[in-house]
Design a protein around this ligand. Structure first.
Ligand SMILES: C[S@@+](CC[C@H](N)C(=O)[O-])C[C@H]1O[C@@H](n2cnc3c(N)ncnc32)[C@H](O)[C@@H]1O
Length: 297
């Protein structure tokens, strides 16, 4: 679509609409069909009437392409979470690395959808003798996010040999994460956010204060080895038969197992040789999920 300037503003030559009209049309369509991330992108780009960037670059097709990418990402995200919750059974969802809350909300959406469906099936008698109906599972699940809300800490340990991230990167405030929770219509009572660097916040006192007992799904999205190591150590007492661990940056550092999340999980496995680990799923863009079986289970 070619946009040209005319006396009364930016116009599409064929349809004779202003750039503003095109933008409004794309936004309305997106609001009706697509996720909040896509809308956020559109809003970020809201043009001034004389915006030369819009004039020369933005077309409905480009916007639609961006929207399709976001849609695909969201589908991948929700699918892996859905699979994780359907494997894991009872317990909390623990996320290490919340940033602006997108994946915490995605996990909530997937669990809600799954447990609602299980409740319906159970009511219709389709699940036979299953005791842990969706309702029971939903009641047991909280969505607990840990983050410094100041970004990534200084890179120490093995990752410092190959610095990929920088201190302070991915900083977002706790208010931003709560805003995402609210904008998705999520029940705040199901969510806990724990601020502070993991090294300070992931303590037995925190676990006690939260009343942690069983962890269904752990999502490690804190990018670096040291953070993943601390997160795994914190969760270990609460892992049980069927707990799922998802790593968001499994293939970071060119998938070299001596760095990042792969190194942290490699060390965890070496320290817990009696636990069995099975691959549950992976995504083309990088996440990897494992399901755990403790000794004797
Ligand atoms: C890639 S972002 C998380 C993205 C998020 N899951 C999402 O869905 O958008 C990584 C996050 O990990 C946090 N982080 C990394 N290491 C940390 C540590 N040791 N303590 C606290 N937060 C940490 C950063 O503050 C940042 O918000």
């Amino acid at each position: 679509m070619i946009l040209t300037r005319s006396a009364d503003g930016v116009r599409d030559r064929r349809a004779s609409v202003t750039a503003r009209d095109l933008f409004t049309r794309a936004t309305v369509w997106t609001a009706r069909h697509l996720p909040s991330e896509a809308l956020a992108v559109l809003r970020e780009r809201r043009p001034a009437d004389d915006d030369p960037y819009l004039e020369s670059h933005i077309t409905i097709d480009q916007l639609a392409g961006r929207v399709r990418t976001l849609e695909r990402q969201r589908w991948l995200y929700d699918t892996l979470f859905y699979k994780a919750f359907s494997t894991a059974g009872l317990g909390d969802y623990l996320e290490f690395g919340v940033f602006q809350g997108a994946s915490l909300c995605a996990a909530y959406r997937a669990a809600f959808e799954l447990y609602r469906q299980l409740s319906v099936d159970a009511e219709w008698g389709n699940l036979g003798g299953q005791i842990e109906t969706g309702r029971v599972q939903w009641a047991a699940a909280r969505f607990i996010g840990f983050d410094s809300f100041k970004g990534i800490p200084a890179i120490r340990g093995p990752d410092a040999e190959r610095p990929f991230y920088v201190e302070g990167e991915w900083a977002a405030s706790e208010e931003q994460a709560w805003a995402a929770v609210d904008s998705e219509g999520i029940d705040r009572a199901k969510v806990r956010l724990v601020g502070g660097f993991f090294e300070d916040s992931c303590t037995p006192e925190t676990a006690e204060r939260l009343g942690l007992s069983e962890v269904a799904v752990v999502h490690i999205d804190s990018d670096i080895y040291e953070s993943a190591r601390v997160a795994l150590a914190f969760c270990t007492p609460y892992l049980r038969d069927g707990s799922v661990v998802i790593f968001d940056e499994w293939f970071q550092y060119h998938a070299n197992p001596n760095y990042g999340e792969q190194r942290a999980f490699g060390e965890w496995r070496a320290a817990h040789p009696d636990w069995q680990v099975a691959e549950l799923g992976r995504e083309p863009v990088g996440r990897m999920a494992f399901v755990l079986t403790p000794p004797g289970a």
